[in-house]
Design a binder for this molecule. Structure first.
Ligand code: FES
Length: 273
C-alpha cells in the first residue's frame, strides 16, 4: 500500500498527488511511468512520473479526472493509500548531449513534459517551453515551467490567458526568430503532437513524442499499447513511451484511441452511481 502524502487540485479536472514510494523514487527518471490501481478491484492505469524526491522517497503523479479509474483515484485523500503503484516502467527520455531543446506540452501532457524540461535545465541545456491549454481555467504548472525554462510561451485556445492560438504557432515563431533546436520534445493530445511533428518536418527539425495509449499490464505482454512506428509494431510500455515523431503512425493511434470511448463512458457512469 502506498500512502498519499499530499493531494492538490491543480485545476477543476486535474489533480496532483505525492505518493510515498521510496524504491520507485530512487530509480524514477523523466519519461517513465507507473501503473496505478487505486483499489484492489480497480482497473490499472498508467500515469507518467511527474516528479520525484529521492531524499523524501516520494513520487508525484498528475492525472486528469476523465474516467472511472481516475475518479476512484481522485476519491482518495491525504493519508489514504493507493493499492498498487508499480514502476518505474518504460524507457526514460534521452537527454544526454542536448544543448538547446524546445519542449512543447499540451493540457495535462504538461505534467509529463515538466520533469523532462527540468532535467534538461539541470544538465545545462537551453530550454524553451511552449505550453498550451484550452482556457485559463485549465492552466497548470506555469510557475514550475518558468523556473526551468529560458523562455516560456503560454498559449490558450480562447485567448483567456497568454497568447491566443495553438502551440505550433508559438513553435514556428520561435524557430523563425532564429532559434536552432537540437530537438523538439512534445507531449500532449495525439492531434497536437501530430501537428508539432509536421511543423518540425517543415523546418527539418528532429522531434520526439511521448505516446500514451491504453495500457493494461505495462510489461509488453498484453499488446494493448501497440503502435506502428516506422512500419513496425512497437509497444509503448516497453519500447517507449518516447518515439521518433517522424516515424509514428498518428492516424492509426488516434483511431485505436477512439475505439474504447464507449467502454470509458460506461465505466465513468458506473463510478458515478
Ligand atoms: Fe500490455 Fe504494453 S501495456 S503490452
Amino acid at each position: 500500500m502506498y500512502k498519499i502524502i499530499q493531494k492538490v487540485a491543480l485545476n477543476p479536472t486535474v489533480t496532483k498527488m505525492v505518493i510515498e514510494a521510496p524504491l520507485i523514487a530512487k530509480k524514477a527518471q523523466p519519461g517513465q511511468f507507473i501503473i496505478v490501481r487505486p483499489f484492489e478491484d480497480s482497473e490499472r492505469i498508467p500515469l507518467t512520473v511527474a516528479g520525484y524526491d529521492r531524499a523524501a522517497g516520494t513520487v508525484d503523479i498528475i492525472f486528469q479526472i476523465v474516467g472511472g479509474t481516475t475518479m476512484e483515484l481522485n476519491s482518495l485523500n491525504e493519508g489514504d493509500c493507493v493499492h498498487d503503484f508499480v514502476g518505474p516502467l518504460g524507457r526514460a527520455t534521452e537527454t544526454e548531449g542536448l544543448k538547446k531543446v524546445c519542449v512543447v506540452g499540451g493540457g495535462v501532457g504538461c505534467a509529463i513534459a515538466l520533469p523532462v524540461a527540468r532535467k534538461l535545465h539541470e544538465q545545462g541545456c537551453v530550454v524553451h517551453s511552449v505550453v498550451g491549454f484550452r482556457s485559463k481555467d485549465l492552466l497548470i504548472l506555469e510557475d514550475e515551467f518558468r523556473a526551468c525554462s529560458d523562455e516560456l510561451r503560454v498559449m490558450t485556445d480562447d485567448g483567456s490567458y497568454g497568447t491566443k492560438g495553438v502551440v505550433t504557432a508559438a513553435l514556428e515563431e520561435l524557430i523563425n526568430a532564429g532559434n536552432q533546436y537540437d530537438l523538439v520534445i512534445t507531449i500532449g493530445p495525439l492531434i497536437m503532437m501530430k501537428f508539432v511533428v509536421k511543423t518540425c518536418q517543415k523546418y527539418g527539425l528532429k522531434s520526439i513524442v511521448s505516446m500514451n495509449p491504453i495500457m493494461i499490464d505495462g510489461t509488453g505482454m498484453c499488446g494493448g499499447c501497440r503502435l506502428t512506428v516506422g512500419g513496425q509494431t512497437k509497444f509503448a510500455c516497453v519500447d517507449g513511451p518516447d518515439f521518433d515523431g517522424d516515424l509514428v503512425d498518428f492516424d492509426e493511434a488516434m483511431a485505436r484511441g477512439t475505439m474504447y470511448r464507449p467502454f470509458e463512458a460506461h465505466a465513468r457512469e458506473a463510478a458515478c452511481n
